[in-house]
Every structure is written in C-alpha cells, then in structure tokens.
Write a protein of this length. Sequence first.
Length: 125
Amino acid sequence: MKDARPVFLDLLAIRLPLPAAVSILHRVSGVLLFLASLYLLILLASSFGNETEFDQLKWDLGSPIHSTILWATLSLLSYHFVAGVRHLLMDLHIGESLKAGRIGSVLVLIVSLVLSVLCGVWIWL
C-alpha cells in the first residue's frame, strides 16, 4: 500500500540549474522593485512640498543610507531589465536550448553586475 502522506522536501538541498536560479531571481527582483517603488513614491511626494522641504530632501538623499537604497533599487532594476530581455528572447524562441540557456544566464549575471557597478559609480562619485 502506497503512503498518501505529503513528502517533506528540503528546498535547501535541491540544487537548481543556473537558468532556473536566474528565473527565480527575476521574480524576486520584481517583488523587491514593487516594494522599492513605494519608497521612491514617498521620496517623490516629499519633494512636492515647499522649497525648504525640497532642500531638506536633497540633503537627506546625500546620506549613505539613502544612497545605498537608491543603488540597490537601480541594481534591482538593471537585473530585472536584463533578465526580462532574456525572457522576451526566449519567448521568441531565441536561446531555448540547454547550452544557450546556460550562456544566457551567465550573460544576465555578468551584464547586471557591470550595470550595478556603473550605478554605484554614478551615485557615489
């Protein structure tokens, strides 16, 4: 008789292939971008006040905490954009093979890392 109880899956023991990890990170980056957009909307709303509030916001945005949050948001956006382009190409049946999927995943990680570094240079210099 077969046991009908649910099977416990240790998700940390499952080793995902790189294209699957890149796809999951694309979804996670989308959720985090949604949360980051709330932060950006709060900044936008605070910039609509009088001139004194705007000057205070400009001074606050120079702090390391705000700079780090803005860098993380831009890094998420660049990763999500690059991974989204990869998904769109796969929807057009470009790069669907196993080897092309691995190469595309590595390219997504490299390009998004380079864009993240460039965003950091742009924000902090």
